[in-house]
Ligand binder design. Structure first.
Ligand code: CA
Length: 689
């Protein structure tokens, strides 16, 4: 029987699903036909086209109201959960904070094993956006996970024993990995992040069996005094000015990939410029290739084939690392092979994936940095005031984007793309004192932690209110078909199914099913914490399951203030008629305002210095004191008196090292810490209640 299954797998590229744990190797053909196997979810986006459309149709728009909990798994995680789980051979592989991989029985949620790569907690400081991980990859008999500190690790998929581990980054430079690897033709492909910290982006391929590096593609040119790694980078260097290589340039490829086996092209989205502010990055202008671009590569050798740049001369952290989806669409009566993206900059793009030709691009939410795309050139027409200089400019979208990494999905039955869209506009202002890796003069957020924006984040009266929406978008007509307004921005990724359904979790802690055609809400369940990850679905023993990993991270406490509850990261799985009870969701407790901290300062001017240190070193994680209760990382305006009274212990003496609190020795002195204490207590005393 085992032998037959293996042969069938080779011949047909799929196999019938049973619930036993027989180990079956995942081949190139299995991955090419990944969405034909109902028992599995084998790769991050369900298939190489990354459509996240499941053909399962047991759960439908008619019966979704009967969904109930089948099981839940307690990660115990206190930071953000962004993973898309994978399912193969009845085992679910899901990652949590600090790149920990859990293997669960997909029918019961029982933990089979766990792999913790033991990321040093001090490394967490280098992660701009929490110590998250978006998932694993499967190939042959192995499961692959990349760790926050830049290692790519191959494990035996059955028992979690380590097969190999390869370091993919120079750990002395603030590279991080939060993305899910993909496997193409026996190579495990992974990029990295760090464009907020002054790194040079690249993506690499490793042999799936041995872990040896096969190729590497850099998205931006290095020092032109050294040989260029490729002709493509020699060309790119002509679009940069000044000493761009000193601050890395950015362009990190930290999330989106897709692959077309017929064209033998893989696609990757590149990130923002480093620093954000182009006046500092490339002072005499230029498009700064290949920032904020969709790039097509030959997966055999990593060679550049074509690119389309969404935001030439990026100035606003407008990454194009967002979800890439491949589809064949009827465009003006002709079937076109397209690639679709809704990057941070607010345009929905349809691009010819054979050659990178621009087909169409329209705004999916209101924006103000560009008026439109010139269809003759495929370039955006920038609003002149968007190049912030002496006046704070309300960037719409702001650096959080009109859509971030939260996966979309494309349903070929409705012809619609479902987009977790949002607005969180931010006032940006040129920082004339910016110098690479030098926080002394500037008061830029996070500069003492190595963040290199070149931008001061200013305050102002917002003309564009925050929102979060689920948008159903017709990519052919480039128009909205329906939308659901959420309570707040930063909602979860989505899937869509042949049951005419769309599933999405929300930042206010709910998991919801919608009618894919018209957006009607059909069912919802509370999950106790905000959801940012995307769901999956799979079928075992004739039962369709729907799973989502939930866990709101870090800083803001937004989720808790919306849901009123605060709970650790969990994996929830639902089925029709499920009768498991949801766990208890503890009410978010409200702490009293900080009081009674004493501090030693010499003058009022020291409070100003304390403010500067706080903005440079503390605010990126702890927020502004007394502006909200905070999330998993506390707001210091609501700390217990003795915590702030003994601030040196945490800032300089590693008392909270195990939680990921950085060591600021060498960056801050004891006298600096006194000034920070003064700022926190005075702000807590004087902020409106
Ligand atoms: Ca960024």
């Amino acid at each position: 029987m085992k032998k037959f299954t293996f042969v069938a797998l080779l011949i047909f590229g799929f196999y019938s699903c049973t619930s036993n744990n027989k180990q079956r190797g995942i081949t190139d053909q299995t991955l090419i036909h990944a969405d034909e196997d109902p028992g599995s979810w084998l790769t991050y986006g369900l298939n190489y086209s990354e459509t996240r459309f499941s053909k399962l149709d047991q759960v439908t728009d008619q019966n979704a109201k009967d969904l109930g909990l089948a099981w839940y798994f307690e990660m115990g995680a206190e930071r953000g959960v962004e993973a898309t789980p994978l399912v193969s051979n009845g085992i679910m592989y899901v990652t949590g904070p600090w790149s920990v991989l859990y293997a669960l029985d997909a029918k019961t949620g029982q933990k089979l094993w766990e792999y913790d790569p033991q990321v040093p907690k001090a490394y967490g400081e280098k992660a701009c956006c929490d110590v998250v991980n978006r998932g694993a990859a499967l190939y042959q008999d192995k499961v692959y996970v990349a760790s926050l500190d830049g290692r790519l690790i191959a494990l035996n998929a059955k028992n979690g024993s380590k097969v190999w581990e390869t370091l993919t980054v120079d750990q002395s430079i603030p590279y991080t990995i939060t993305g899910a690897p993909r496997v193409i033709k026996g190579k495990v492909i992974i990029g990295n992040g760090g464009a907020e910290y002054g790194v040079r982006g690249y993506i690499s391929a490793y042999d799936a069996e041995s872990g040896k590096q096969v190729w590497r593609f850099y998205s931006v040119p290095g020092n032109p005094d050294l040989p260029f790694e490729s002709k493509a980078l020699e060309e790119a260097a002509k679009t940069w000015t000044g000493k761009y290589w000193e601050a890395g340039g950015g362009g990190t490829m930290w999330d989106a990939m897709a692959y077309d086996p017929d064209l033998n092209l893989m696609y990757v989205g590149t990130g923002n410029g480093s620093p954000w502010n182009r006046k500092h990055r490339s002072p005499d202008g230029g498009d700064n290739l290949y920032l904020s671009s969709i790039v097509a590569l030959n997966p055999d050798n990593g060679e550049y084939v074509w690119h389309y740049q969404t935001t030439p001369g990026d100035n606003w952290d407008y990454t194009a690392t967002q979800h890439l989806i491949l589809a064949d669409l009827p465009i003006n009566g002709e079937e076109r092979k397209v690639i679709m993206q809704a990057p941070k900059n607010g345009f929905f793009y349809v691009i010819d994936r054979t050659n990178g030709e621009f087909i169409s691009g329209e705004t999916f939410v209101p924006i103000n940095w560009a008026s439109h795309i010139d269809y003759a050139t495929g370039r955006p027409v920038e609003n002149p005031t968007a190049a912030y200089n002496d006046m704070p400019y309300e960037a719409v979208p702001g650096p959080f984007g009109a859509h971030s990494w939260h996966p979309m999905s494309f349903n070929p039955q409705t012809g619609l793309v479902y987009i977790p869209a949002q607005n969180m506009s931010v006032f940006m202002l040129h920082d004339p004192k910016y110098k690479f890796n030098d926080p002394k003069e500037t008061m830029a957020l996070g500069s003492g932690n190595g963040m290199n924006f070149g931008v001061l984040l200013a305050g102002g009266e917002k003309a564009f209110p925050n929102f979060g929406k689920l948008l159903a978008w017709d990519p052919v007509k480039q128009e909205k078909v329906w939308e659901v307004e959420h309570f707040a921005p930063a909602n979860g990724g989505v899937i869509t199914t042949a049951g005419n359904l769309v599933f999405q979790g929300t930042s206010d802690g709910r998991f919801v099913a919608y009618n894919a055609q018209n957006g009607e809400k059909l069912w919802e369940s509370p999950l106790g914490t905000g959801v940012i990850a995307a769901p999956i679905t799979y079928e075992l023993d004739g039962i369709q399951y729907i799973t989502v990993a939930a866990g709101w991270g870090g800083v803001t406490g937004l989720s808790e203030s919306f849901s009123g509850t605060q709970t650790t990261g969990k994996v929830y799985t639902f089925k029709l008629g499920g009768t498991e009870a949801l766990p208890e969701f503890p009410k978010k407790k409200s702490n009293p305002r900080l009081s009674g901290v004493t501090y030693q300062i010499d003058s009022e001017a020291d409070v100003i210095l304390g403010t500067k240190h706080y903005i440079n070193y503390c605010m990126i994680c702890h927020g502004y004191p007394a502006a909200g209760q905070g999330g998993r990382i506390p707001n210091l305006g609501y700390s217990q008196t003795e915590v702030i009274q003994n601030l040196e212990a945490y800032v300089l003496n590693r008392a909270l090292a195990s939680k990921g609190m950085p060591d600021f020795t060498g960056r801050l002195t004891e006298s600096d810490v006194e000034k920070i204490k003064a700022f926190i207590q005075i702000t807590a005393d004087t902020s409106p209640q």
